[in-house]
Design a protein around this ligand. Structure first.
Ligand code: NOJ
Ligand code: CA
Length: 709
């Protein structure tokens, strides 16, 4: 504490005081365990700045905080003085209705700094920092005030100045889609513009060298960071603009060509949290609950009507080209009638749905997704005039929705509804109430939504404020009908599942579907060992694992899944989602002993432990089921074979577990021999250690059931 005379300290909660010598004012707040510290300071011209230390070493150098450029108004960025600063702390334990763990500790120290411009409009801005043991978040609050009633933000300009040329796992800051592969590079080699014009993306727009969040990094000293945002509500998604020379990133909000600005809000309001997770072990990033903790508690009450579940579906067959979503060859929607002539290859038939119900009922799988059940599929991809096309209550003539639902109930299997909006937002908005009401009347509690294509109205992007509101409003509306949403082509997850726990899962990454048709050969073996430490930090992923026919030569000669079958099983544990698809065709599961794992594996967890991991290389996760004492372990590797020593010290003491191990065989290889698998049974206790071999692109999974004592 240099300059102590001029230094104003604000003590815990109750002690508030403003500072006399405001220009030199500075203050700091540390995490409960004191490892992470944030310092705030007004710079020479009264600009708010911050820096972050970890164990007393600088990890974010002095950086400018929100320096808001506003339309029709002077920027809000300098000439500030501190009116008051408040410190407080908070500690609670809250329960996830479903999730990676039952109880979540939420423990932080907060520093709130209320600023005001010294002259002219004397506008006010408040900056709030929350510092946790696993990272920090800060946000801007625009309080009620005289000279500011509405803000039109053209830029936010939050800076993150790095302390070195870190290794970064990044995907481009695309305004329209998150379905790019990750690249591993040094910070000063990030080149998002090299990713424009992706041939397999229905919509993509990368305006500059910016990256998407979560963006994860490793320093030369071995410290890990992940940059993201929490509680994205009525604001635009944030990308991070790269300044290679200065090793710096600046928040760059997704815009709207229709409106010509980034965000419009009425005062008072606050922005989402800008978050930095910090960890000494890569796996600690996965165990961190910072993002959900920075969201408000549950606002929709009891969601026990949603049950985490495994599901099968009429889905992969369309991606393989075995069947189609559409019913006829007719494409003129102005005259489409349900008696249009069928082309004969429609996937969503009553008969097919019943076959999936039968298979699911037999294999401890609780639900069946049916895509292509409703009219409109003749006129979606590639059409500009998509408004008024999809109908979310009218089934095709060969699909008896009520009968399928009835049959499912009889067998104890729920139907998952599907709403492909084709990004025609007005049509979807108009039909939401009737569509969700239909679901409620049928006792259907889950819908998978999709937003393929350029957003209508034109000029909007998937990740801008307009769409953020579309996605959030859908979830809020759906809750009224006891409907939970699994969105594809979604907005990124920012922990809102805490506030609206009917936000169950989403895509928002290159999913399994790319393996069926991508022109670049699909998702490489390193994809998921990167995803686990990047996209997965945001929230649950509907990756749709469990492809057993890895090469599917019968359908596609030039595409395949780039993992072994043992890795496909491991994904049920590694990639978290409260709904997990067994995505393959029924005929590829029948008779395969590996199906036993899918049958047994849990979907809702008491506890999650990351046993090992390095980003882009490998990761092993153990999870304990909520409704039983069973544990499941999954490990995956990239294109490199490796050996892993797994210790089972996380198991309950003095207990015997019957373990089934599903591992790569000696000759397994994601490309040469992907379906070779070894399945064995052994007994395990918390004293046990196992050496496991993972093939290139391989993995292992283990189910551990308590044996009667
Ligand atoms: C894209 C989704 O990601 C995929 O899962 C779905 O099958 C298609 N859209 C059709 O809605
Ligand atoms: Ca997709």
């Amino acid at each position: 504490m240099k300059n102590s005379l001029k230094f104003c300290v604000v003590l815990l909660s109750v002690l508030l005081f403003s500072c006399s010598n405001k220009n030199d004012w500075q203050t700091a707040v540390a995490s409960p365990d004191s490892t992470i510290k944030v310092e705030f300071k007004l710079a020479e011209k009264g600009e708010p700045t911050y820096l972050v230390t970890f164990k007393n070493n600088e990890v974010i150098k002095k950086s400018t905080l929100g320096s808001f450029d506003l339309k029709d108004m002077a920027s809000l960025k300098e000439n500030f003085e501190i009116i008051i600063a408040t410190k407080s702390n908070f500690s609670e334990v809250w329960e996830m209705p479903w999730g990676e763990q039952t109880k979540v500790e939420n423990n932080y120290n907060e520093l709130k700094i209320e600023l005001q411009e010294k002259t002219d409009l004397k506008r006010k801005l408040t900056i709030v920092f929350r510092v946790y043991n696993d990272g920090l978040g800060f946000r801007y609050e625009f309080p009620e005030q005289e000279n500011l009633s509405e803000v039109i933000i053209t830029d936010e300009n939050t800076q993150f100045n790095l302390t070195g040329n870190h290794t970064v796992w990044w995907a481009p800051g695309d305004w329209d889609i998150y379905e790019h592969l990750y690249t591993t590079s040094k910070f000063n080699e990030i080149d998002a513009l090299s990713k424009v014009n992706h041939p397999d993306l229905g919509q993509t727009y990368i305006p500059e060298n910016a990256i998407n969040t979560p963006a994860t990094m490793k320093t030369d000293e071995g410290l890990y960071f992940s940059f993201h945002e929490a509680s994205l509500v009525d604001y635009s998604g944030m990308t991070l603009k790269i300044d290679k020379e200065n090793l710096s990133m600046t928040s760059e909000l997704v815009g709207s060509e229709r409106k010509g600005y980034k965000v419009k809000r009425t005062v008072p309001f606050h922005t989402p949290w800008r978050t930095i997770q910090i960890a000494e072990k890569a796996g600690d990033l996965i165990e961190s609950r910072l993002i959900v903790n920075l969201n408000e508690p549950n606002k929709i009450g009891d969601v026990s009507w949603f049950k985490p579940t495994k599901y099968t579906g009429i889905w992969w067959e369309m991606h393989l080209g075995k069947s189609t979503w559409d019913f006829s060859a007719q494409q003129d929607m102005t005259s489409f009638t349900t008696d249009a002539k069928p082309h004969g290859n429609h996937g969503a038939t009553t008969k097919n749905a019943k076959a999936f119900i039968d298979f699911s009922a037999k294999n401890n799988i609780g639900a069946v997704l049916v895509e292509g059940w409703n009219t409109g599929w003749e006129h979606w991809i590639g059409f500009e005039d998509r408004e008024g096309v999809f109908d979310f209550v009218t089934p095709y003539p060969d699909y008896d929705l009520k009968e399928v639902v009835r049959y499912g109930k009889e067998k104890g299997v729920e139907i998952i509804m599907h709403h492909e909006t084709s990004a025609a937002t007005e049509t979807y908005e108009k039909q939401q109430d009737t569509a969700y009401a239909l679901m409620q009347s049928l006792g259907i509690h889950t819908v998978k939504t999709g937003y393929v294509g350029k957003i209508l109205p034109k000029g909007e992007y998937h990740h801008g404020q307009y769409m953020v509101n579309q996605y959030n409003n859908a979830v809020i509306k759906a809750a009224k009908y006891q409907v939970a949403i699994n969105a594809h082509e979604p907005i990124k997850a920012t922990g809102l599942r805490r506030t609206y726990p009917n936000t169950i899962s989403r895509e928002g990454l290159r999913g399994q579907e790319f393996n069926a048709w991508a022109s670049d050969g699909g998702n490489p073996p390193e994809h998921l060992p990167i995803v686990a430490f990047t996209r997965m930090l945001a929230g649950p992923i509907d990756y749709t694992p469990g492809i057993f026919d890895i090469k599917f030569d019968k359908w596609k000669k030039y595409n395949q899944v780039n993992t072994t079958i043992a890795q496909q099983l491991a994904l049920y544990v590694v990639i978290y989602s409260p709904i997990q698809m067994a995505a393959d065709l029924i005929e590829n599961y029948e008779g395969n002993p590996a199906l036993q794992f899918i049958k047994d594996v849990g979907v809702d967890w008491q506890t999650t432990k990351v046993l090992n991991g390095e980003i882009g290389d490998f990761v092993t996760i153990a999870r304990k089921e909520r409704k039983s004492e069973n544990w499941f372990v999954g490990g995956i590797t990239d294109e490199n074979a490796r050996e892993m020593d797994i210790s089972f010290d996380f198991l309950s003491p003095d207990t015997n577990y019957g373990a089934i191990i599903y591992e790569d065989a000696e000759d397994s290889d994601w490309n040469k021999n992907p379906t070779s698998i070894n399945i064995r049974k052994i007994d395990i206790t918390n004293q046990s250690n196992l050496k496991l071999k993972l093939a290139p692109g391989g993995g292992f999974s283990i189910s551990l059931k308590q044996l009667n004592k």
